[in-house]
Design a protein around this ligand. Structure first.
Ligand code: ZN
Length: 216
């Protein structure tokens, strides 16, 4: 299926620079796996970043550079020796993207009628706010807004809202300006990988459902 929704320039630039936090970086990694257009865009951002570094005078490394680098490596190069979730893939009902091979994925839990979630833990970043969401075909999700940014990659099925239709491979970035009421496509259940940036709080019904469950 054709990919129509991509990460913003700002997000890709931050991913290239290693300053995107672990949760959103995982969502972007999954998108990059399936999107040659964005792999090409990322290559250009990395070239620009490299050229800027070459021009800069030597400076002491930021104190957390090592941690951030390790965080990215943990996502980019999952250890081949550790694949705890292969067994669970059939239980999840879809094939995990390579970028998620080293993630710990919890069981599906009830979130609302026709709506389930599963906690995703990223190796080395236990506090990252990442989850899989699964909505039943045809489900109308409660309207909600955001404070902070939410990243969502469609893995299977489809989702539509006022801004368009999202199919597998599409990545949606929703920020403060987006107040939406998503509807799951009637053809199949929809599973997506969602990450919240930093201090994101969800408003409305979805937020009230999620907050006590996942501590966001
Ligand atoms: Zn893309």
């Amino acid at each position: 299926m054709r990919i129509n929704h991509h990460p913003s320039d700002e997000t890709l630039a931050r991913f290239a620079a290693g300053t995107l936090s672990a949760g959103p970086a995982l969502v972007v990694s999954v998108h990059l796996e399936g999107c040659p257009v964005c792999r090409d865009r990322l290559g250009r951002f990395e070239a620009v970043g490299g050229a800027m570094l070459d021009d800069m005078p030597p400076a002491p490394l930021a104190a957390d550079l090592f941690g951030r680098t390790m965080e990215r490596l943990a996502i980019a190069q999952p250890s081949p020796a550790r694949r705890p979730f292969t067994r669970r893939q059939s239980a999840l009902g879809f094939e995990l993207p390579k970028a998620m091979r080293d993630c710990e994925i919890g069981p599906w839990r009830w979130l609302g009628p026709g709506f389930r979630w599963s906690k995703v833990r990223i190796a080395g970043s236990p506090d990252a706010k990442v989850m899989l969401l699964k909505g039943r075909a045809g489900l109308h999700l409660p309207a909600h807004g955001h404070s902070g940014r939410e990243f969502m990659q469609i893995l299977s099925g489809s989702l539509s809202d006022e801004r368009g239709r999202y199919v597998p491979g599409d990545l949606d970035e929703a920020d403060d300006d987006v107040d939406h009421r998503p509807v799951v496509g009637r053809e199949a259940d929809c599973i997506c990988l969602a990450a919240l940036e930093g201090d994101t709080r969800l408003h409305g019904l979805l937020g009230r459902l999620l907050r006590p469950l996942v501590g966001f």
